[in-house]
Design a protein around this ligand. Structure first.
Ligand code: DGL
Length: 252
């Protein structure tokens, strides 16, 4: 059990940002990453479709004998997290918008949330916003997902997007920004260069803590060995693995 890999899934490239952090936090673990790039983006799809796609990706990882599943996609976790937790015989953890921590740090100033259309519309986020930060401004950002899928992590595209969307709030009115989509974590350096000093929350740390605690309780943590990563994708586009490796190695 301890030496079995941990499955990590996303609609495409976004979850590689989570995998990057997992690798650093748990260096002895083996990770099997599945990007459903052939079907990305998930954000504009209806919940039933996201659930079906996520279930298929989870099965592909289950067939490879993973000991736990990390849903490294806010959209997939919002639509299918509870379903997979009920159905699968292994621990399932998932990333969600870190609104509570952002609200606490914002000190009464404005909290902005960037996420996919689906994440913003599904009950997980709606309930969370209602509960802990009803004044948060929710901004759908499907354009950013496609930029990251294409490997665009800097330059005019993401910069102009953030400048335009944040224009209504002077920097001193901004309390915190939540990246409610794992693709956007790759764009944090661009965002932070536009709003220096404003804290940015990505929800990854709670996932790592949750995974570590869950595996530890089951005595399934790997304590030795070199660990490693295997990258899988539903897309057969030439060069996709190379692009995944570049993203996994990106400075975050
Ligand atoms: N990376 C995903 C997320 O965290 C979704 C992007 C998409 O496929 O629309 O929400």
């Amino acid at each position: 059990m301890q030496s079995a890999p941990i499955g990590v899934l996303d609609s495409g490239m976004g979850g590689l940002s989570v995998l990057h952090a997992l690798r650093r936090a748990m260096p002895h673990e083996r990770f099997l990453y599945y990007g459903d790039n052939a079907n990305a983006p998930y954000g504009p799809r209806p919940p039933e479709e996201i659930r079906a796609l996520t279930a298929r990706t989870a099965s592909a990882l289950m067939e490879r004998g993973v000991k736990a599943l990390v849903i490294a996609c806010n959209t997939a976790n919002s639509a299918a997290g509870d379903m997979l937790r009920r159905q699968l015989p292994i621990p399932v953890v998932g990333v969600e918008p870190d609104l509570a921590d952002a609200h606490e740090r914002a000190g009464g100033k404005r909290v902005i949330v960037f996420a996919t259309q689906a994440t913003l519309a599904l009950p997980l986020y709606r309930d969370m916003r209602q509960r802990c930060c009803p004044d948060a401004v929710s901004i759908p950002a499907p354009e950013l997902v496609m930029m990251v899928e294409r490997g665009v992590l800097s330059g005019e595209g993401p910069e102009a997007f953030f400048r335009e969307k944040l224009r209504p709030w002077p920097a001193d009115e901004l309390g915190a920004v939540v990246l409610g989509c794992t693709h956007f974590i790759f764009l944090r350096p661009v965002l932070s260069s536009i709003i220096p000093g404003v804290p940015v929350f990505d929800g990854v740390e709670p996932v790592i803590e949750d995974l570590r605690a869950t595996l530890s309780r089951a005595d399934a943590l790997a304590h030795s060995g070199a660990g490693g990563v295997e990258l899988l994708s539903s897309s057969d586009e030439p060069g996709i693995r190379a692009r995944m490796r570049v993203l996994l190695a990106a400075e975050l």
